[in-house]
Design a protein around this ligand. Structure first.
Ligand SMILES: NC(=O)c1ccc[n+]([C@@H]2O[C@H](COP(=O)([O-])OP(=O)(O)OC[C@H]3O[C@@H](n4cnc5c(N)ncnc54)[C@H](O)[C@@H]3O)[C@@H](O)[C@H]2O)c1
Length: 366
């Protein structure tokens, strides 16, 4: 049977998903990108080891590409790492006629997209995502950036890649905890826009999923439908932020305080629990659906235990959320599963209440 290549468009970027996605990249390097003078590959220490050999096997032109390798982990998604990348690009003669190929998870696609977009006022880049998180979310839609003092994505710009090549085969070496992290965003896509996708996810335990390709296509389609209506996040694209205001607070708190910090997806999963609670308290999410969401998340993710003393720090972190308006938190909330509303103002007192209840799930059910 012929291998199917799924083709979509997000914010003007072509996206190729399937077993032949890297063949498409190979083809494009000889066609649309044939005029590029230098090819650079940005990877982290894990993706250079696990994914670069597969990439080169399928895209032999990249065997002579200049490799820039950075340390893995969110703590390296910083301006300091960018500076290193810019230095390497400069020393190796990078310029606007070069192409950067970001090979990695969301940390690499966010970082590399940003580094390329401001180097020489804009060098083109493509994404080759290697984690589930990057395949269904981070590499798509043109949001690039880095963290500032562990506050998430404070520096960045909208700058779409010239193409995204999603080869699900990379998932075979992705650690289970990282696969789960991406699964959180897959759940989020279903929750905000597609109840049938949510029911599908509920029916298949994540541990037994073998065919990721179809689920990836479905999840990317949800993101594409939203982003294409509002590429610069002036309105409906904010739906994609469900779980993220409180999720980013958990992520920042964990980066500051934990030896083994939460993954992005684990933090978002906890954020979705809190924001489902706020949805129930404010815009009419039923308690049955709230409980269904909490149950489904806890089936896959451990409850992140925080002491009640941590609530002040978490609330303080939400004050830096980029989506705040006039000092007020703006959340995307759920009216029901598959039905979200963006731009909902939320008082700090309610965030505090959600966090207090989050510290003990017994209190969530009231
Ligand atoms: N720009 C956006 O729209 C957007 C959306 C969602 C998330 N994000 C960002 O994405 C980042 C999280 O992405 P992530 O979860 O992919 O994290 P990540 O890039 O840090 O990858 C997680 C770990 O998996 C390793 N890895 C990746 N692919 C691998 C593979 N195939 N085999 C073996 N190891 C592999 C990495 O080296 C890393 O250690 C966060 O910074 C988040 O803010 C951005």
């Amino acid at each position: 049977m012929a291998k199917k290549l799924h083709k979509l468009k997000i914010a003007g970027s072509p996206v190729f998903i399937g077993q032949t996605a890297l063949e498409e990249l190979k083809h494009n390097l000889g066609a649309a990108f044939a005029n590029k003078e230098t090819l650079f590959v940005l990877a982290d220490e894990n993706t250079i080891e696990n994914c670069f050999p597969i990439l080169v096997e399928q895209v032999p032109q990249l065997s002579s590409a200049y490799k820039i390798v950075v340390q893995p982990g969110e703590e390296n998604k910083t301006l300091q790492t960018c500076e290193r990348i810019w230095n390497e690009l400069a020393v190796a003669g990078g310029n606007r006629r070069s192409l950067l190929i970001n090979l990695g998870g969301g940390m690499i696609t966010d970082l590399g997209g940003f580094a390329a977009s401001v180097f020489h006022r804009g060098m083109e880049y493509v994404n080759v995502p290697t984690s589930l998180m990057a395949m269904i979310d981070a590499s798509l839609g043109g949001k690039t950036g880095v963290d500032l003092y562990s506050l998430k994505n404070q520096i960045g710009l909208f700058s779409p890649p010239r193409g995204v090549y999603v080869y699900p085969g990379f998932l075979t070496t992705l650690p289970h905890r990282q696969l789960l992290s991406g699964y959180a965003e897959m759940m989020k896509h279903a929750l905000i826009a597609d109840s049938s996708s949510w029911n599908k996810l509920r029916k298949i335990p994540m541990a037994v999923i073998s065919n990721w390709e179809d689920l990836i296509v479905e999840s990317v389609q949800i993101k594409a439908d939203i982003v294409n209506k509002d590429p610069e996040e002036l309105g409906v694209r904010r739906k994609l932020n469900f779980g993220h205001t409180m999720g980013h607070a958990f992520e920042t708190y964990s980066l500051r305080n934990d030896e083994n910090p939460l993954t992005h997806g684990e933090a978002i999963a906890m954020g979705m629990i809190c924001e489902a609670y706020i949805s129930y308290r404010t815009i009419g999410l039923s308690h049955e659906q709230r409980d269904e969401i909490v149950k489904q998340i806890l089936l896959n993710f451990n409850h992140y235990k925080i002491p009640t003393e941590a609530i002040d720090e978490l609330v303080e972190i939400t004050n830096y959320d980029k989506k705040n308006e006039k000092g007020r938190l703006m959340l995307t909330l759920l009216k029901g599963i598959g039905n979200s509303i963006e731009g909902q103002k939320c008082e700090t007192a309610l965030v505090r209440e959600a966090l207090f209840r989050f510290t003990d799930f017994g209190r969530l059910a009231d």
